[in-house]
Design a protein around this ligand. Structure first.
Ligand SMILES: NC(=O)c1ccc[n+]([C@@H]2O[C@H](COP(=O)([O-])OP(=O)(O)OC[C@H]3O[C@@H](n4cnc5c(N)ncnc54)[C@H](O)[C@@H]3O)[C@@H](O)[C@H]2O)c1
Length: 328
């Protein structure tokens, strides 16, 4: 209902130029998203970074991404070439000055985000919308570094933004309804599935849900209730198999609200209530087990076949997404 009214009220055509700050993991993929899926709006897109090394890396990364998109056969090659040319890589912040929307994707440090927002507030016209891709910092606090808190908003993309449909649109205390509507409308036009987070709480919603699962699996490992491999099987072939085709509250309905009430009544008091991550995580980090980036975490990634299978997961996610859309 909400989204249908929005489409009529908001004119996305007022957004001509989109600036993105930070060409690390997230920024280039956000740029690709608007370049490819915003083709009919002909956005001009500037991807800015203070580091020219990062811009070089972003360029190579975009080569790989555009080749992958091309291999899906969903777009014609000349359209993709036009899209690619819409993205301008810059290391001068003044190149963002006339943007209608700027999406910030610099590292997750509050002080840095405050500095960047303050800088953008001085650089851009008062009508420019300033969005942050923060994973969970306070939008209200970030917005307060500007003189336009009503135009500041959270756009929390999932990694990689080009592929993952979900974007949390986070309302700060002073974010205007008009800003929320414009951003939801814009994201819808580029094929995303925006959801509105109405209250500016730490971690927003998606990362809180993820944290709830992470907290419990780590607790169960710590308490020696189950081995990591069996936990993987439990999540993957239990919950994991249901979720692509069934909604969470649909699952509750299927189980029966009376049954679930009985079950939750005895399980809730036994769930992990830790207020900090488990000590064994710290131990793993100290011994260099950082996950894929160091070759070992809860699993070992040094074998080539495992590395290949990790690389294929993006393509598999895309196939899964096509299938999931049949069960809306
Ligand atoms: N990586 C993820 O999976 C992921 C997922 C969702 C949200 N996020 C969020 O997105 C944001 C960016 O994360 P990332 O993983 O892309 O970070 P990253 O560290 O990979 O990239 C950040 C980039 O910002 C640049 N930068 C630093 N200071 C700058 C400045 N003052 N001006 C311009 N550029 C500057 C750096 O050179 C770097 O290229 C963070 O807020 C993060 O929490 C990340």
């Amino acid at each position: 209902m909400f989204r249908r009214t929005l489409v009529k009220e908001v004119d996305v055509s007022t957004i001509k130029k989109i600036g993105i700050i930070g060409a690390g993991v997230m920024g280039p993929s956000i740029a690709e998203l608007f370049a490819i899926f915003g083709a009919s709006y002909d956005f001009s897109i500037v991807l800015f970074d203070i580091s020219s090394t990062q811009l070089e890396k972003a360029k190579s990364r975009m080569d790989v991404d555009f080749t992958k998109v091309s291999s899906t056969g969903l777009f014609n090659t000349s359209d993709l070439e036009v899209a690619r040319n819409r993205i301008q890589l810059e290391n001068d912040i003044n190149s963002l000055a006339d943007s209608n929307l700027i999406i910030e994707a610099v590292p997750e440090k509050l002080e840095l985000k405050l500095e960047v927002f303050n800088q953008l507030d001085k650089l851009t016209p008062p009508s420019t919308i300033l969005a942050t891709n923060s994973s969970g910092l306070s939008i209200t606090q970030i917005a307060n570094a500007t003189n336009r808190p009503q135009l500041c908003i959270g756009t929390h993309f999932m990694n990689p933004p080009l592929l993952m449909p979900l974007v949390e649109v986070v309302k700060g205390e002073q974010t205007s309804d008009q800003t929320v509507q414009s951003i939801i409308e814009l994201l819808t036009t580029v094929n995303k599935r925006p959801v509105l987070v109405k209250k500016d709480i730490p971690g927003y919603v998606h990362n809180r849900l993820q944290a709830a699962l992470f907290r419990e699996v780590m607790h169960l490992v710590d308490e020696e209730v189950m081995e990591v491999q069996d936990l993987e099987t439990t999540v993957k072939y239990g919950l994991g198999l249901r979720l692509p085709v069934m909604k969470v509250f649909e699952m509750v309905d299927l189980m029966g609200l009376d049954t679930i009430q009985n079950v939750l009544t005895y399980i809730y008091p036994t769930l992990d209530r830790s207020t900090k991550p488990p000590a064994f995580l710290e131990q793993m980090i100290k011994s260099g087990e950082l996950g894929t980036k160091s070759g070992k975490g809860f699993h070992d990634y040094t074998r080539k076949d495992i590395q290949d299978s990790m690389r294929q997961k993006e393509a598999a996610t895309f196939q899964l997404l096509l299938m999931m859309q049949q069960y809306e």
